[in-house]
Design a protein around this ligand. Structure first.
Ligand code: FAD
Length: 470
């Protein structure tokens, strides 16, 4: 009997747990269900949807090289997934389905419904833990709880990691061609936003593997010193590929070990710092499962539910459009809009600016990021926002509020990033770009700061102090 592999955010043929498991059982048929209305309701924007579409096309090509057909179906809602997949199983005579798990609460419910529907029909559907080294629930505190703090989680992760957990799956040999033929994914219909030029983010396993190789060869060993400087391409820029599974964390970790005498926690400081980021990625997935309220627009820190966020449409729009008068915030927001990606240091700076300086609900910023990011991924995005807003696990203490100008001077000392994204400030002396004085700006069209740092900081502290912690 043929076996179905349902691809979702694991768009690769190499080192794919569900695909390898299916191949052990029988000839494989691949399926991709596209539910644009569902993803749009979940806040994914054109950049991610376009990248997803191109990734599925690349996957289809790779699968075809293995003789595996890829069947696409458009559905309106993932509530239709069980019936659609059962229909495909009936039509193809498949007796089993495999997929790699996704961890936000709606995706878990969707997958549970598929498993139940298959069981009722006398078929099997199996979910695999592919995107993590440890399944959520496998790493718990001494008290048996999910970790609410990163460092002990990371220690446990390293302590309990075995080579089997990150061993690569074999790539499938080509299978005999069958009568079932692939049908191409329909073009992406016109969306509210136009996606950025796809050449910025070529989709597929090939481009992902190239990025990993170039990063490790040229930048990995300098990662610890360079990762915080947005003017330097010091990070891997692999996040869109990891988010949609065009590369696996195992492939990343194995490549690090090959460069680092087989070690992940010791050895080269740059490479081990990079591994730590991959552990953060896994941590936020465990958080989504262990504390599902974070998937329901709720803060991890319950006492922050009462926080008096401000209604400030003008402030929110200025932030979205990069017109806050704080050059580092504005440059970062323009990078996001133009490229679909933002440097990690600046995600922290801009998220803190919105949630602290403007005291605007972090959920509005979270949604705006998801709408624009090519790497938009619920767990990391929610984790990052709740960190910045001091509502999350292991969050920044509420009183530690980044001064955007100080951050700018520290992490873009020559004002190079500012000049790149705010060309109107490029003529100013580098030192003046961080907080352009009025008299130097002359006719330059650049707004004055929309809030005063000290006053805004005091306002945020007051709002947090007013919270009742009990
Ligand atoms: P590298 O520095 O090369 O790191 C390697 C990989 O580790 C990344 O590709 C990513 O998969 C993972 N990673 C790195 N930092 C983090 C982190 N803090 N949390 C979780 N995983 C991490 N990352 C996303 O993938 N999608 C998002 O939607 C997202 N939203 C964010 C929102 C905010 C407010 C903040 C503060 C961070 C967010 N991040 C998100 C995490 C991080 O900023 C990006 O993963 C990183 O900037 C991607 O660049 P890179 O691939 O060059 O990372």
């Amino acid at each position: 009997y043929p076996v179905i592999v349902w691809f979702r955010s694991d768009l690769r043929i190499h080192d794919n747990t569900a695909l390898a498991a299916a191949d052990r059982q029988g000839p494989v048929i691949a399926v991709f269900l596209r539910s644009l209305p569902h993803w749009q309701r979940h806040g994914h924007g054109a950049n991610k949807l376009d990248f997803w579409g191109r990734g599925v096309a690349a996957l289809g090509d790779s699968l075809s090289g293995l003789g595996i057909p890829l069947l696409h179906h458009d559905i309106d809602d993932f509530a239709e997934a069980p019936a659609t997949l059962l229909d495909i199983a009936r039509e193809t005579g498949a007796a089993a389905l495999h997929f790699n798990r996704e961890y936000p609460v709606d995706e878990l419910a969707r997958d549970a419904a598929v498993i139940d529907a298959f069981a009722e029909a006398g078929l099997t559907a199996t979910g695999h833990h592919d995107a993590v080294a440890f399944a959520p629930g496998e790493l718990l505190t001494g008290k048996g709880d999910y970790y609410g703090v990163f460092t002990p989680f990371a220690k446990a992760w390293h302590r309990q990691l075995t080579s089997e957990r990150i061993a690569l799956h074999d790539t499938l040999p080509p299978q005999a061609r069958r009568s079932i033929t692939s049908n191409p994914l329909p073009e992406l219909p016109e969306l509210d936003d136009t996606p950025i030029d796809g050449r910025q983010w070529p989709a597929g396993e090939g481009p992902a593997a190239d990025r990993l190789e170039r990063f490790l060869r040229f930048r990995g060993r300098h990662y610890a010193e360079q990762r915080d400087f947005p003017a330097i391409r010091g990070t891997s820029e692999l996040s869109p590929y990891l988010a949609l599974g065009m590369i696996s964390h195992r492939q990343c970790l194995q490549a690090v070990m090959a460069e680092n005498d087989g070690a992940l926690a010791e050895g080269d400081a740059g490479l081990t710092a990079w591994v730590n980021e991959l552990v953060w990625r896994e941590y936020y997935r465990h958080v989504a499962v262990g504390f599902p309220r974070v998937c329901r627009h709720r803060p991890f820190q319950r006492h922050t539910e009462q926080l008096a966020w401000r209604d400030d449409e003008a402030g929110f729009n200025a932030w979205c459009e990069g017109r806050t008068g704080y050059p580092i915030v504005d440059a970062a927001m323009r990078q996001l809009i133009t490229t679909g990606w933002m440097h990690n240091r600046l995600r922290m700076v801009t998220a803190m600016f919105l949630s602290k300086h403007l005291l605007i609900d972090w959920r509005r910023g979270e949604a705006f990021f998801l709408r624009h990011l090519v790497d938009g991924e619920f767990c990391a995005n929610n984790g990052g926002w709740q960190w910045a807003a001091s509502t999350g696990t292991d969050a920044a203490p509420y009183f530690r509020i980044f001064n955007p100008t100080t951050q700018s001077i520290r992490f873009d000392p020559d004002g190079r990033f500012l000049a790149e994204w705010l060309p109107e400030l490029a003529e100013l002396p580098a030192k003046a770009r961080h907080a352009p004085p009025k008299d130097l700006l002359g006719d330059v069209d650049y707004p004055p700061p929309i809030v005063d740092h000290r006053a805004a900081r005091a306002r945020a502290l007051e709002a947090f102090k007013a919270l009742n912690k009990d």
